[in-house]
Ligand binder design. Structure first.
Ligand code: NAP
Ligand code: G4F
Length: 348
């Protein structure tokens, strides 16, 4: 009997939150993993450094390349060298607020970067490769009815990030229809973890309140407290990415929990777990939370964190993924918060 050939995955964005969970998962599934990292002046591999405990260098199951999806030639060269079975495009300028400050750069990476990868697949004539595009609930944008959003709801993006993701989404659909490439979109709602970047709201809240509890910080300053999000765990969502590429046909999928919280409710869930009793007072930008035990302001607001246009409501209907992919979220928002708090508590 011949040896079963190991699957080869190429991950753009392996150093990010999702890339690191996906790498964990695929290593457990016995894949050979190739990842693309950007050159940076300080370390950007913290989220994958732990992998070196699992990597078996003699079996050659993990490789990193310097690359950047703004650079079409090197992107094509890496894909040509690796000739993967599966490509996951998780690379992006992924911060919505920042996309208002650097719109042109965001479009170059988040929109055109996807095009560069798909063009490379087409030019190299890689007929069998499966491609995953990290699409986003941010594409829904301005939602008319506050109901759960599924794959049929039209997009109305509210930021250049969202617009770039819509471009990338349609580019993946186009390469599927025009060239027969197995290109899929995972339309993922917000997902968080201890590995979340520090300027996303959940991490900012958990990290900030834990530091206040430890006496290392006085308060956190937020923006819109009333935005509604559907927050899942990145580990569950990485599993959905893999399932999407294992499905018999290329398609587009909403991945969510179908539960909602406001930013303010998230603050309350975290503070409750930390035994901090909060009292809210004031309105608009003057709204504040006071720690009843200390009488000190622990949350205040600043317009710096507001967006010129906001996505007010996101809750996803993942019934298609549940039915066809047999995917469901396993980790609740409370469990997510508990894990994020535990991680921050351990920090010195
Ligand atoms: P993240 O933590 O910000 O990771 C983004 C990754 O992209 C990092 O590895 C980053 O490298 C890399 N990257 C950025 N610019 C690049 C470039 N020019 N060339 C190559 N790589 C580049 O984001 P995430 O939360 O893991 O999200 C993964 C993907 O899913 C992103 O595309 C995001 O837009 C999308 N998404 C995320 C969510 C969510 O809630 N997390 C929801 C829907 C969709 P460095 O480490 O060097 O910065
Ligand atoms: O944590 P956020 O920055 O995430 P946002 O904008 O929803 O984007 C994330 O999820 C998208 C999926 O829907 C991804 F595509 C995207 O890559 C990213 O991962 O903000 C969440 C909400 C927003 O409504 C924001 O206005 O929290 C509100 N918010 C309130 N105060 C804040 C803050 N957001 C941030 N980042 N910082 C604040 O101080």
């Amino acid at each position: 009997m011949g040896k079963i050939k190991k699957k080869v995955a190429l991950i753009f964005g392996i150093t990010g939150q999702d890339g690191s969970y996906l790498a964990d998962l695929l290593l457990k599934k016995n894949y050979i993993i190739h990842g693309v990292r950007r050159r940076s002046s300080s370390a950007n591999t913290q989220r994958i450094d732990h992998l070196f405990d699992y990597i078996n260098f003699s079996k050659k199951n993990f490789f990193l390349y310097y690359g950047d999806i703004s650079d079409g030639t090197s992107t094509l060269n890496i894909i040509n060298k690796v000739k993967p079975d599966e490509i996951y495009n998780l690379a992006a300028q992924s911060h919505v607020r920042v996309s208002f400050d650097i719109p042109e750069y965001t479009a170059d990476i988040t929109a055109l970067g996807t095009l560069r990868i798909l063009e490379a697949i087409r030019i190299l004539n890689l007929k069998k490769v499966k491609f995953y595009q990290a699409s986003s609930s941010e594409m829904f944008g301005l939602v008319k009815n506050k109901k759960s959003l599924n794959e049929k709801i039209p997009f109305h993006p509210r930021s250049i990030y969202g617009i770039s993701k819509v471009f990338a989404y349609h580019t993946a659909v186009h390469y599927r229809e025009a060239y027969g490439i197995f290109a899929c979109n995972g339309i993922l709602f917000n997902h968080e973890s201890p590995r979340r970047g520090p300027t996303f709201v959940t991490k900012k809240i958990v990290q900030g309140l834990v530091r206040i509890k430890k006496g290392l910080q006085k308060k956190i300053t937020l923006g819109n407290l009333y935005a509604v999000r559907d927050w899942g765990h990145a580990k569950d969502y990485a599993n959905s990415m893999w399932k999407i590429l294992q499905y018999k046909k290329a398609d587009d999928w909403v991945i969510a929990t179908n539960k909602e919280q406001t930013v303010k409710q998230f603050v309350e869930m975290v503070s409750k777990k930390l035994n901090m009793k909060l009292k809210w007072k004031g309105k608009g930008l003057n709204e504040k939370a006071i720690d009843i035990n200390t009488g000190k302001v622990v949350v205040d607001l600043d317009e710096e964190y507001l967006r010129p246009s906001e996505v007010e409501f996101l809750r996803g209907d993942f019934s298609k993924a549940k039915k066809k992919l047999k995917w469901i979220p396993n980790i609740s928002t409370q469990e997510l918060i508990d894990e994020m708090i535990k991680f921050e508590m351990k920090k010195k």
